[in-house]
Write a protein that binds this ligand. Structure first.
Ligand SMILES: [Zn+2]
Length: 140
């Protein structure tokens, strides 16, 4: 079977870029632990705060231009409660990840492989390669 080409739609391209950036900027186990913990907590804080606000009587809610209709509001409340429950479960699992400490040699391995997985797009070699590609004569 021929492996499928990775999707090149704008959403996927943005995802690949973001994925590589997160590796490039957080190339150690410790940094990945901190990053993912912070992202999870930020998501929980914001989603929890929105849920709390939507449960208040309308006159006490934060101002929004178009308040949701009652039926879609009830659906949104149920969805957000599910999201928060899932985030809480993830937090419980993620706490286990934080029990892990690795020797310096293993952290070095993280950094080494991070450089291979997500090389700096602005590094000298890449820029030179791009210039070469752009200057290559049209072969048609
Ligand atoms: Zn896609």
């Amino acid at each position: 079977m021929v492996p499928e080409e990775p999707c090149q739609c704008p959403d996927c391209l943005r995802f690949y870029r973001e994925h590589d950036r997160l590796i490039r900027e957080n190339p150690s186990l410790k940094q990945q632990q901190e990053l993912n913990w912070a992202a999870l907590q930020a998501f929980r804080t914001l989603a929890g705060r929105v849920l709390e606000d939507l449960q208040k009587p309308p006159e006490q809610q934060a101002d929004v231009e178009a308040p949701p209709e009652d039926e879609s509001l009830q659906q949104a409340l149920a969805d957000l409660e599910n999201v928060n429950a899932h985030l809480f479960s993830i937090e419980v699992f993620m706490e286990r990840i934080f029990d892990v400490r690795v020797p310096e040699a293993v952290e070095q391995k993280f950094q080494e492989l991070a450089g291979e997985l997500a090389p700096d797009p602005l590094n000298a070699d890449r820029l030179r390669l791009n210039r070469l590609l752009h200057q290559s004569p049209d072969l048609n």
